[in-house]
Design a protein around this ligand. Structure first.
Ligand SMILES: Cc1ncc(COP(=O)(O)O)c(C=O)c1O
Length: 361
């Protein structure tokens, strides 16, 4: 059997370790998972109503019609300016499929979300990686790398793993300053968490620019990661092309219903976002007290500089029941910690203080 050659260069996605895996390995009862930027408050109670009233013997609505209507109203966009995916990660792949021919160039920053790299490679595209500048997406650095072969630029805003944002002015200058035949993906998986007033409302950019695709997800602030549903917003022309590569019935009935319900529970979303901000403030205060450096975050996670191998440090945290994420390119000394509940983070800070002191001794 001869598989595609490019597969030699692609590694399977490595998810954050599961709670069960760590329970079994270390024989610890209580595990706190802070590795995959999930929602520590669960999801809206409204969503749970969907679970009892669902016809699973028939295929889902291929067009996600109900949800499409609701989102188009919410954002004041046309219904055919939306596409849905099994998580936004599926749309990241679909975008690569409609644009990248062999050796076309795709630019993004490093470190950022790993699916940009694998989606590009799988299409035999050439990935150009620009280092973050001061932990922020380096838009000028990306611009400098544009050539005649550049097809696509992926921007995570906020960026994963740094939690940093680019501002509305920066985004506008960038999009206006590049050739309009290059597609710009604005991946806003953590959009709902952002408090910085300078963060762009990217949907407004759609009126002037038809070379952008905005990605959002129900996995994070809405707490539906296990159901797999995200969406993209773009011009009708782009959505038409994306629909050609989309698998039939790619979003389950339950995911569609749950997302619809989740959007209607504004109070749950407010609670999640407020709590996230309060707990982030708590983290900043405690980390400052411990003299540990970190990157201020606009998302539901924080990068902490442990000043030693992040991988080894994460292993020590595992032994004490905390799953975090090390191993980001160019940031070996960092661990990414998802923002849990205040109680979870109090426990985390206690253990962090002990481990950091051991390192310093
Ligand atoms: C920046 C970014 N984009 C996209 C995703 C994919 O999210 P999902 O496929 O669950 O919508 C993630 C998940 O962690 C992410 O961090």
């Amino acid at each position: 059997m001869k598989f595609r050659k490019i597969l030699d260069e692609i590694n399977p996605y490595v998810p954050g370790k599961s709670t069960e895996e760590i329970q079994n390995k270390y024989n610890i009862e209580s595990i706190i998972k802070l590795a995959s930027n999930e929602n520590p408050y669960g999801c809206s109670k409204e969503v749970q109503k969907c679970f009892t009233n669902i016809d699973i013997e028939i295929y889902p609505d291929n067009d996600c019609s109900k949800l499409r209507k609701l989102l188009s109203k919410k954002y004041n966009i046309e219904e055919d300016e939306l596409i849905f995916g099994g998580g936004s990660v599926e749309i990241i792949s679909m975008i690569a499929q409609i644009l990248i021919e062999q050796n076309d160039e795709v630019i993004t920053c490093t470190p950022s979300f790993s699916s940009y790299y694998s989606a590009t490679k799988l299409m035999n595209g050439k990935l150009i990686e620009v280092q973050l500048k001061d932990n922020v997406f380096d838009l000028q650095g990306i611009k400098n790398k544009i050539t005649d072969r550049t097809k696509l630029i992926y921007i995570a805003n906020p960026n994963n793993p740094t939690g940093t944002i680019i501002t509305e002015d920066e985004q506008r200058n960038f999009i206006e300053g590049i050739p309009q035949n290059i597609m710009v993906v604005l991946d806003e998986a953590y959009y709902e968490f952002v408090t910085d007033k300078n963060y762009p409302e990217s949907i407004n950019f759609l009126k002037q620019h038809d070379n952008i695709i905005i990605l959002r997800t129900f996995s994070k602030a809405y707490g539906l990661a296990g159901l797999r549903i995200g969406y993209g917003v773009a011009s009708k022309k782009i959505i038409e092309q994306l629909n050609k590569v989309r698998n039939p019935f790619n979003v389950s009935t339950l995911a569609q219903d749950a997302a619809h319900m989740a959007l209607s529970d504004v109070d749950f979303l407010k609670m999640v976002v407020n709590n996230n901000n309060q707990v982030l403030e708590y983290m900043y205060k405690e980390l400052d007290k411990l003299n540990i450096s970190y990157i201020s975050s606009q998302a539901n996670f924080i990068m902490i500089n442990v000043k030693t191998s992040g991988a080894k440090f994460a292993e020590k945290l595992l032994e004490r029941g905390f799953i975090v994420r090390p191993g980001f390119p160019l940031m070996d000394n960092y661990i990414r910690v998802s923002i849990g509940t205040i109680e979870q983070m109090r426990q985390f800070i206690k253990v962090l203080a002990i481990l950091i002191n051991e390192e310093r001794d």
